[in-house]
Write a protein that binds this ligand. Structure first.
Ligand code: PLP
Length: 412
């Protein structure tokens, strides 16, 4: 069933939430609201300071200086040298550039490795390489949503040139042991890329201490604007551009730079760096409260993924015997004005199909049919969590009462 069909067929459990309803946003893994401080920093570059950074006059110099100030903040979030940051139009583009850009320099028979539960922005470039004759190994994560170093070690071959393993999974929220994985690849002599689109700004990352060669991240996942991403490229790593033209971004990504976007990205990185400790403690508190309450109140609920090796505000649940109904819970919550996800925004097109992420964990086709992802962020409040904890058990109860599965339900 496609996303449109899923929306048309959605059951109504309550009058639909409208513009006057106070909405609760618990889908920060899909995207995050722009922080007002980020918007404020961007405003001058949407107004009077509109120059092209390549121009030689005053307007151009001002835009160029702003671009470099933004680059310095973006680099600082991951402990990088700002000369090693390439701005792109998205996290997707950064992933494509890392994988296809390095592969363009492979010589001879080459082998590459990724995991089976990567975001499509990584999986699709690997599939393209496969079609071009590169050998690809897809490493399976363990059932708790973690790619273990021994699994990667078993996949490496003498001609393994590139390994790409995400820093945190977007559906489950599970955090991967990137330090150990990167170390293994460095010792082996290949390049290590990590898709840190979900992790950046939520977990400390320091490319000065970890042998990561390439790292992708994206502004809109950390309360910055949409349409701007970055690829960290360790000095000395060679890659070919995907976008050719005027030679901006050291020739690695031609196009007039998105100056306001980069300023917003930089400000978002600065805020994330300053507030990460406090914010993550608060979100872990919310996460634990949601987990405890829901597991106490909903009999057939189960957590998917490692219990604590996960991003601070992220939870992913299955409903035993009612896996395929997760989408109906999503709609019931939407009717109550609460936004969550049935996995990943990018997989809404495949609603109802078994999830490839859950299949990668070894779930059978029944259990892989559905999950509910709750992802909290900077502006999530106690009151938002209260609303969720009221609405979700009630929604599960109403589904169970009409479901034919006896024996599953909500604890009274
Ligand atoms: N990688 C991961 C892990 C993601 O979660 C996403 C977006 O959901 C992307 C890549 C793509 O990033 P963008 O939306 O900036 O293209």
């Amino acid at each position: 069933m496609g996303a449109d069909a899923a929306r048309r067929g959605r059951p109504r459990t309550a009058p639909p939430a409208d513009e006057t309803t106070e909405h609760v946003y618990l889908d920060h893994a899909a995207t995050t609201p722009l922080d007002p401080r980020v918007r404020h920093a961007m405003e001058p570059y949407l107004n009077g300071s509109f120059g092209n950074p390549s121009s030689l006059h005053w307007y151009g110099r001002k835009a160029h200086d702003a671009l470099e100030a933004g680059r310095a903040e973006v680099a600082a979030l991951i402990g990088a040298d700002s000369r090693d940051i390439v701005f792109t139009g998205s996290g997707t583009e950064a992933d494509n550039l890392a994988i296809l850009g390095t592969a363009a320099r492979f010589e001879g028979a080459s082998h590459v490795v990724t995991s089976a539960f990567e975001h499509p922005a990584v999986l699709e470039p690997f599939r393209l390489l496969e079609r071009r004759g590169v050998e690809v190994t897809y490493v399976a994560p363990d059932p708790d949503g973690i790619v273990r170093p021994h699994a990667l070690a078993a996949a490496l071959r003498p001609n393994t040139r590139l390994v790409s393993i995400m820093a945190a999974n977007n559906v489950l929220g599970t955090i991967q042991p990137v330090n150990e994985l990167a170390q293994l690849v460095r010792e082996h002599g290949g390049l290590f890329h990590t898709d840190a689109v979900q992790a950046a700004g939520k977990l400390p990352i320091d490319v000065g201490r970890t042998p990561i060669d390439l790292l992708s991240f994206s502004a809109h996942k950390l309360h910055g604007p949409k349409g701007v991403g970055a690829l960290y490229v360790r000095g000395g790593v060679g890659l070919e551009p995907l976008v050719l033209g005027g030679g901006q971004e050291r020739g690695l990504r031609s196009a007039t730079e998105n100056v306001a976007g980069v300023i917003g990205f930089g400000q978002a990185c600065l805020l994330a760096r300053a507030e990460m400790g406090e914010e993550s403690a608060r979100l872990v508190g919310f996460r634990e409260r949601v987990l405890e309450t829901l597991t106490a109140e909903i009999e057939n609920i189960y957590l998917i993924g490692h219990p604590y090796q996960r991003l601070p505000g992220y939870l992913c649940f299955g409903f035993s015997g009612q896996e395929a109904d997760a989408i109906r819970l999503l709609f019931a919550l939407d009717d109550a004005g609460i936004a969550v996800s049935s996995g990943s925004a990018c997989s809404a097109h495949n609603a109802g199909e078994p999830s490839y992420v859950l299949t990668a964990l070894g779930f059978d086709t029944i259990r892989a049919r559905g999950s509910l992802r709750i992802s909290m962020g900077r502006f999530t409040s106690d009151a938002d969590v209260d609303r969720l904890l009221d609405a979700l058990p009630a929604a599960a109860r109403s589904l169970t009462s009409i479901a034919s599965h006896a024996g599953f339900g909500v604890r009274s």
